[in-house]
Every structure is written in C-alpha cells, then in structure tokens.
Write a protein that binds this ligand. Structure first.
Ligand SMILES: [Zn+2]
Length: 210
C-alpha cells in the first residue's frame, strides 16, 4: 500500500486532535471473504467511519467531519501531527454505547452500527476465541441479530441472503434454509450452496467463503 496524506480532525466535543492515515493505492490480493460479508484484504486500507475520542470518550462519525488540515506522511515533525491521537475502531461495547446515545440518525446508520457489532462478534470466532464472554453478552448479541434482521429488506437479494445467514448464526437452520430456497441468482448461488452445506452440518459459525 502506498501511503497518502494524513488527515487531521478535531473532536467535535473537546477539540482533541485526531489523525487518520490514508493510502493512494491498494489491492485485493490475498483477500478473504466471509459469510457475514466481511472482506479482509491485507493490501487494502480499513474503512473507518465511526470512532471515539481517546481524551473525552465522545463517539462520532468521522465521515461527517471536515478535516482541519492534512500532513504529508513523511513530515514527522509537524506539530499538528505530534499532538494528534491515532483514530481507532470501536469495540463491541463502544458500538452498543453509540446506539444508546442515539448517534444513529436514521435506519442506514443504525444498520451500519449493528452490522459492525455482528461482525465484531464474528471476529472473535475468526480469531479462534469464544464468541461470547457470558450470558448477558450472548443476550445482547442475539437482540442485535433480531434488530439487524428487522432493518433488512428481504425484497433485495443481497439483504435476503444476509437474513438467511443471521438465522443460521442464531441456530435457526430451518429458517435459514427456507430463505435460501427462495434465492436463485447467478451471483449468489455459490454462497447459497455453501450456507446450505453449513446448515446440514449444523454449523452456526461464520465461515470463510471459497
Ligand atoms: Zn474529545
């Protein structure tokens, strides 16, 4: 990846400076696709639009802020850069907090955060860890899955296959298969076949799509 300029932002709550690296090129070489739609591409920069200020803990949409300045990536002595925290991605608790504080102003934004929560739980499985750290954690996860399904539009095939996958994750294999039966699309049939296979072997976990 070739580095581009560093963008400097200001926390809308306390004015703390934040810096975000950018890249002028990248590719999908070595990318892995997963059944929750997450694509891990080592040669592509991570898309980060929801973040938290390290100083005041305020959570905000980075894409709604205008950068206050840019710094060349090799300008190490720039004072703005020296004073700026690196932006970070939210963890599961931060995402739930973001929803509680009403940061989602519409269904699309709520969908973005809930999908992120779903994928963060799946990241634990991808890393070989336990998916849940306790009963309450699992209850929060399940509620998030239900709410995510309610935000999806089954008339759209991409969203419909995501509903099927959420049902499989929740252990509702019959429900997943019912939905998969209604999908016949050249672009999605190979994913459908993989999910049918996972239902047959009663696997609830996120899978890598080959
Ligand atoms: Zn702040």
């Amino acid at each position: 990846m070739l580095p581009g300029p560093i963008y400097i932002y200001e926390c809308p709550n306390c004015g703390n400076l934040l810096q975000k690296f950018s890249f002028i090129s990248g590719n999908t070489f070595g990318a892995k696709m997963y059944s929750d739609g997450k694509c891990i591409a080592p040669m592509l920069p991570k898309r980060l639009i929801l973040t938290k200020c390290k100083k005041c803990n305020n959570i905000f949409w980075l894409n709604k802020l205008k950068e206050i300045g840019t710094v060349e990536f090799d300008d190490y002595k720039n004072p703005m850069r020296k004073n700026a925290d690196l932006i970070e991605s939210l963890k599961i608790d931060g995402c739930f907090k973001a929803i509680d504080t009403g940061i989602a102003e519409n269904e699309q934004e709520e969908f973005f955060i809930r999908q992120l929560i779903w994928r963060l739980y799946n990241d634990r499985v991808r890393k070989g860890e336990n998916q849940f750290i306790g009963v309450d954690d699992e209850i929060m996860w399940r509620e998030n899955c239900y709410k995510l399904i309610s935000l999806l539009d089954s008339a759209d095939l991409d969203q419909r296959i995501m509903i099927a996958e959420l049902k499989r994750n929740s252990g509702d294999f019959d429900g997943c298969l019912e939905i998969l039966k209604t999908i016949d699309d050249n672009r999605l049939n190979w994913i459908k076949e993989e999910l049918i296979h996972e239902c047959k072997i009663k696997n609830k976990n996120v899978i890598k799509l080959d």
